[in-house]
Design a protein around this ligand. Structure first.
Ligand SMILES: CC(C)(COP(=O)(O)OP(=O)(O)OC[C@H]1O[C@@H](n2cnc3c(N)ncnc32)[C@H](O)[C@@H]1OP(=O)(O)O)[C@@H](O)C(=O)NCCC(=O)NCCS
Length: 164
């Protein structure tokens, strides 16, 4: 990706982290300080990142979804979805679903993968509904998974989808 794409991705992510602190594990204050170049692997692939899909509206970045895979041999068959976000201005138009469907198709075409996991805050009905609509099933729940500045403690549902 070109430099402006890194900038657009960071801007979208920073806005989403600030606007939806309950939805993400990373906190907005720390991530806002993060250097632009640290997003290079995430966007171009490399390191743990398998790929990042983005949604554009007339060239403007309005959504993104990243997939990671651990390099360690015994866990290489597991992929992980992170960073699902659709700009508030574009919610409810099917963009999240399109990103998820495209990611699943790509994962199914990737040799050696057997399942894909994700974690989602247990109160996030929109995201859970989206994941369930594409076949993800809850396999567990981590109580007290994240603690917010306002003192709230929220659990995270752990979900997975078989790819074969
Ligand atoms: C969750 C999110 C990614 C969904 O993206 P979106 O583009 O708005 O979702 P879509 O329009 O593709 O909706 C797809 C499905 O999601 C579910 N969904 C979406 N909004 C919903 C809502 N407000 N309540 C319940 N289900 C909802 C539904 O199953 C919907 O299918 P339907 O239209 O047939 O009912 C987006 O709202 C977002 O970025 N939210 C803030 C960040 C976040 O929560 N990220 C997920 C972290 S795990």
């Amino acid at each position: 990706m070109l430099e402006p794409d890194l900038l657009a991705y960071k801007a979208l992510r920073d806005a989403m982290l600030a606007g939806h602190p309950e939805a993400f594990t990373s906190d907005a204050e720390t991530e806002a300080q993060r250097d632009l170049s640290s997003y290079r692997n995430r966007l171009a692939g490399g390191g743990a990142t398998l790929f990042t899909l983005v949604a554009l509206d007339e060239g403007r970045l309005v959504g993104a979804l990243t997939c990671e895979r651990e390099p360690r041999l015994k866990v290489q068959h597991n992929a992980h979805l992170i960073g699902m976000m659709v700009s508030d201005t574009h919610r409810g138009r099917g963009i999240g679903r399109d990103l998820l469907i495209a990611a699943i198709a790509r994962l199914k075409a990737t040799p050696g993968l057997a399942q894909v996991t994700l974690s989602v805050t247990s109160t996030n009905r929109a995201a859970i509904g989206l994941y369930e609509s594409q076949g993800f099933v809850r396999y567990g729940c981590l109580p007290d998974a994240i603690r917010l500045n306002d003192g709230r403690s929220l659990s995270k549902d752990l979900m997975r989808l078989r790819l074969d």
